[in-house]
Write a protein that binds this ligand. Structure first.
Ligand SMILES: NC(=O)c1ccc[n+]([C@@H]2O[C@H](COP(=O)([O-])OP(=O)(O)OC[C@H]3O[C@@H](n4cnc5c(N)ncnc54)[C@H](OP(=O)(O)O)[C@@H]3O)[C@@H](O)[C@H]2O)c1
Length: 307
């Protein structure tokens, strides 16, 4: 966004929301809305929160993101991830405001052998994926100028995520397993915020429209992402008990209620074409994030940039 704008962030207390509000505040007027200010599941709450507001742009970062929770709470998942974003987009269209909706790699079924492009058919295999796909359609249906950004495996400063979880688990336990047959692309919230600012009016001065994938390249397996995190932690001096994570098939993870696409790697050619930018590799992004995290505070081993 080149010129100073008034931007509403729905879901401002989430992992992405926190980073987004922080970055937008540098050049824009931000109206952050938490669940207490606007409940995506309630049309009345949406009208009440947005009706009196005047804004140029709105980002829907809030969502029901628990994939297994969504599987068992279908009505709530569709209300929050699809109906609410649709209503927000209608209200925003009435004000001539642009809407960006954060979506997911879980809209794909995972059967493709290579990275998914925006024009590959979406075919969700979970309630979460289906609710997000309908959310996309509702947002784009309100205005062809609106933007949908599909991302995967988010991590960031707003809220701890997989990198922090796996490191703590490997500090506590010596035998840790992760799926080796689930492939995707880690996505840094900081890089995503930069991408969003570029897409929503930065590079060309015009907001990008339609669907655009974003992540830190290249794809990796869940097991390899975890291994990279603990290798980085070990080099920084954290007391890691599990030195090598055992790869297992996803089918062996008893806790999963919902199906997950086995390959949901995202192709980001469209993003690079639109912005002329190439995001850093996921290894660089994860390394940078971990070295800035609270988890690494107090550990003094030399920071390695060769991540
Ligand atoms: N996390 C990932 O790995 C991942 C991967 C692919 C795509 N995405 C997408 O990226 C976006 C951001 O994800 P994230 O990781 O930042 O999510 P997150 O940390 O789970 O944050 C989601 C936010 O939405 C809020 N929310 C939940 N239900 C709500 C409701 N009924 N009304 C209003 N707000 C509600 C939550 O509020 P509370 O704090 O009150 O719970 C939370 O602040 C989402 O659209 C998600 O679908 C995420």
């Amino acid at each position: 966004m080149k010129h100073s704008k008034k931007v509403v962030v729905v879901g401002s207390a989430g992992r992405l929301g926190v980073s987004l509000v922080e970055a937008l505040r540098r050049d824009h007027t931000v109206i952050p809305l938490t669940r207490g200010d606007l409940d995506l599941a309630s049309p009345e709450s949406i009208e009440k929160a947005l009706g009196p507001l005047d804004y140029d742009s709105l980002v829907i970062a809030g969502a029901l993101t628990g994939v297994d929770y969504c599987e068992s709470n279908e009505l709530e998942a569709f209300a929050v991830n699809a109906t609410g974003p649709g209503r927000i987009s209608e209200v925003s269209a009435g004000k001539g405001a642009h809407v960006s909706y954060l979506s997911t790699d879980f809209v794909y079924d995972g059967t493709k052998r290579s990275a998914y492009t925006e024009s590959d058919p979406a075919n969700p295999i979970s309630v979460y994926g289906a609710s997000k796909l309908l959310g996309e359609a509702n947002v784009l249906g309100s205005s062809p100028k609106n933007l949908v950004i599909r991302v995967s495996w988010l991590f960031g400063r707003g809220k701890s995520a997989f990198p922090e979880w796996i490191i703590q688990k490997c500090m506590a336990e010596s035998d840790v397993t992760l799926p080796m047959d689930k492939w995707a692309c880690p996505t840094s919230c900081d890089d995503l915020v930069g991408a969003l600012l570029q897409l929503a009016g930065g590079a060309s001065g015009e907001e990008a429209a339609g669907v655009c994938n974003f992540c830190n390249p290249e794809p990796c397996s869940w097991r390899d992402w975890g291994q990279f995190c603990i290798d980085t932690a070990k080099r920084a001096g954290l007391p890691i008990r599990c030195e090598s994570i055992r790869g297992i098939p996803m089918a062996e993870v008893a806790a999963f209620v919902a199906k997950r696409p086995s390959n949901s790697a995202l192709c980001i050619q469209r993003f690079m074409k639109l912005t002329g930018k190439e995001p850093p590799s996921w290894q660089e992004a994860v390394g940078k994030h971990l070295h800035q995290s609270d988890l690494f505070k107090g550990y003094t081993s030399t920071r390695t940039t060769n991540v």
